[in-house]
Design a binder for this molecule. Structure first.
Ligand SMILES: Cc1ncc(COP(=O)(O)O)c(C=O)c1O
Ligand SMILES: [Zn+2]
Length: 405
């Protein structure tokens, strides 16, 4: 099904291999498919298991058994009526990707990256990560029986480090930013022949996030949302979601793609939304990201320019500060019972702002992607939540607390 890799800039083609930049122009490489040879039907899909591999014809690598059996993807698409009401909307859905096996959307690209590493016969995997990919790569590596080396900025949440360590990964904590970690991981991948899933296996890795579009369309009965809201750091996921909808159109499963794409960023690390709002055509990296949404703290977004081009065509970008992010997390949790980490708070806060600014229609069919679980950064709401009420174990101690007491 896959023909090879193609440079996004000069269009030069390469056979499937471990490479991620074009030899000629250093452009990013994408997987290319022979759509004419894809014979996927909606009926075929109806009989497949509910996991991300049901779309295998549109993915670059077939999963090995240990990866297939992990139940990745096919996360709930939830009609969010109470949140919609709070925001003044009528047709809002949450794609709750925080309930993947490692509790973030990174299960999807990590699964593809590790599957590709196994296919290419690599003997170790790793990644550069803002936290969630570390845990995901580590878990899939554990299932695949490969050692895993993750490179992270030392400032990320301890809970994310612990999660990756629990799966057996070796953690290399860099005194520096994500961009510093990414550079070191790239060098290590090349020098030690490690499959760095989001670096030298990136063309395969990013394809996993297309399933976020496939699932939403299928869960909507092969319909497409008017508007999607995507928390954005490197821009790889947003780009992949858009390509996912485009591919569904290519194979005739849907008739259109989302009319409005929203990139949601944190104000403390907003290279894409800043460029968008300032009308620029280039992305100026943020040297020192400073946001509670640590998983979105990528100052120099690899796919930023491609996201910006999409947004110029049919999109919006906005950002939210720490207080707005925390309020976004609280609102989602207390209206819909979904506890998200700050990246999800960014998506909700940005949606709220754009509705208030009149840029999103109240009757639009909106899908907001919630990409990480609140238990990964459980303390962020502490600043706004009341302390527990401490009482003696006596009923009379509750009289001033409980309703009707
Ligand atoms: C929970 C969460 N949401 C969103 C993103 C943004 O993804 P991308 O870097 O592909 O834009 C990340 C990235 O690490 C993340 O961990
Ligand atoms: Zn090129």
């Amino acid at each position: 099904m896959i023909i090879g890799l193609r440079c996004r800039e000069c269009k030069k083609e390469f056979s499937p291999s471990i490479r991620y930049v074009c030899d000629d122009c250093f452009g990013a490489l994408d997987v290319i498919y022979d759509y004419d040879s894809i014979h996927l039907t909606k009926n075929l899909l109806a009989n497949r298991e509910n996991n991300m591999w049901r779309y295998k014809e549109l993915l670059p690598v077939e999963p090995q058994d240990s990866l297939y059996s992990f139940h990745s993807g096919w996360t709930p698409l939830i009609k969010a009526s109470k949140l919609a009401k709070a925001l003044g909307l009528n047709n809002l859905y949450i794609k709750n990707d925080s309930v993947n096996p490692t509790f973030s959307f990174k299960d999807r690209p990590a699964a593809l990256g590790v599957a590709a590493a196994l296919n290419f016969g690599l003997e170790a995997v790793g990644c550069a990560s803002t936290g969630n990919l570390a845990a995901a790569t580590a878990a899939y590596a554990a299932r695949a029986g490969l050692p895993c080396y993750v490179v992270i900025p030392s400032s990320i949440e301890q809970s994310k480090i612990s999660q990756a360590q629990a799966y057996g990964a070796t953690i290399i904590a860099v005194e520096g930013t994500y961009d510093d970690s990414n550079r070191l991981a790239a060098q290590a991948g090349e020098y030690y022949n490690i499959g760095m899933v989001n670096i030298n296996l990136r063309p395969y890795y990013v394809e996993g996030s297309k399933t976020l579009a496939f699932e939403v369309a299928e869960q909507l009965g092969w319909d497409v949302p008017d508007t999607i809201v995507v928390p954005t750091a490197s821009g790889a996921m947003l780009n992949a979601i858009c390509r996912g909808f485009e591919e569904l159109m290519e194979i005739g499963f849907v008739r259109n793609t989302p009319a409005t794409i929203v990139a949601a960023q944190a104000s403390g690390c907003n290279p894409i939304s800043r460029a968008y709002k300032e009308g620029k055509d280039v992305i100026m990296p943020i040297q020192q990201p400073d946001t509670i949404a640590k998983s979105l703290a990528i100052g120099d977004p690899g796919d930023g320019i491609y996201v910006l081009r999409r947004l110029r065509n049919n999109g919006l970008a906005e950002d939210a500060d720490d207080d707005e992010i925390i309020e976004g997390c609280r609102l989602l949790a207390q209206t819909e019972g979904i506890f998200t980490e700050p990246a999800g708070g960014v998506a909700i806060a940005v949606l709220k702002k754009l509705v208030e600014q009149g840029k999103i229609g109240k009757d639009d069919k909106i899908v907001c992607y919630i990409t990480g679980n609140g238990l990964k950064a459980p303390d962020v709401l502490q600043s706004i939540l009341p302390r527990p009420i401490v009482v003696k174990p006596e009923l009379k101690a509750l009289s001033s607390i409980l309703l009707g007491g």
